[in-house]
Write a protein that binds this ligand. Structure first.
Ligand SMILES: [Zn+2]
Length: 284
């Protein structure tokens, strides 16, 4: 069934658990996420990024996910990821998304608060949840924001700013920067748990960890214990699908030995396994 992010995450907060949000780019990724969630009897979040709009119409994605969610016994959220434009948010609300993320993390805190309030106002009327972001991370495609790729502590979410942002905007969930990054990590990532603990104590809101691909399991589990209710996985699927395709082609190098429909079937099967791995991490 289709539910709002707020509904799902409030359960997680109560039970000290988390739900995984997987980025979906097309029908194959949607079907893989749906199958894995149904296989393991777990809730899931379908995350569609504003940056994919050039590739596929939002309405089409929404129709597919809504259809599958309505057939499923599992709680499923249709979520808009990293939207920087108000027009995209309005479209998502009209398409039946049950959650939107407004990403104003690149703006000043005042501007971020002002814009997020507008988003909350629009979303509330349609009973759509809002995720905000505070603290700076590198771009969603995993590109680096400085030459070394090192995580900059000055860009971590500041707990007192998080409190101000949450209080003044009324968001339902907050994405934070505590050493997490989009894309592949340069060396082993280290989450700053003292910052997480402080934010969780001050804000009492479900917290979101972007860039969870590649974070060691023990750190993810600890983060969930400390207040993370949603973990975002994108890179591992994006790269995993390509690796699957690479292997299929390697095994059938001759023209006419591999058909597209067979390739898709194998990629979906490989993606389901990857998705299940992350779903098991957030199991009760
Ligand atoms: Zn993100």
């Amino acid at each position: 069934m289709l539910v709002s992010l707020k509904e799902l995450l409030s359960q997680c907060q109560k039970n000290k658990t988390a739900v995984t949000a997987f980025n979906v780019y097309n029908l194959e990724t949607i079907l893989s996420v749906n199958q894995a969630a149904n296989n393991l009897n777990q809730p899931v979040i379908f995350s569609f990024g504003e940056s994919y709009l050039d590739d596929v119409p939002m309405d089409l994605i929404a129709l597919n996910i809504r259809f599958l969610a309505e057939q499923s016994d599992q709680s499923m959220v249709l979520h808009l990821d990293h939207a920087k434009n108000l027009s995209t948010i309005k479209r998502a609300v009209d398409c039946g998304f049950t959650s939107v993320m407004y990403d104003g993390s690149h703006l000043s805190i005042e501007e971020n608060i002002k814009n997020t309030r507008t988003v909350v106002e629009i979303a509330r009327k349609a009973k759509v949840s809002v995720e905000g972001e505070l603290g700076y991370m590198n771009p969603e495609d995993g590109s680096l924001h400085n030459e070394s790729g090192a995580v900059d502590h000055s860009e971590f979410t500041r707990p007192e700013m998080a409190l101000k942002y949450v209080t003044e905007t009324g968001v339902d969930a907050l994405a934070i920067a505590i050493g997490n990054a989009h894309g592949l990590y340069q060396g082993e990532p280290h989450l700053e748990f003292s910052v997480l603990t402080e934010i969780a104590a001050l804000t009492d809101i479900p917290l979101v960890l972007h860039g969870s691909s590649g974070i060691p399991e023990d750190q993810i589990k600890k983060a969930i214990n400390f207040g993370i209710c949603k973990i975002n996985v994108n890179t591992e699927l994006a790269l995993g699908a390509v690796e699957s395709i690479r292997q299929s082609i390697k095994m059938s190098p001759e023209v006419n030995s591999l058909r597209y429909e067979k390739l898709i079937r194998q990629t979906k099967a490989d993606l389901v396994l990857l998705i299940e791995k992350y779903l098991k991490l957030t199991r009760n």
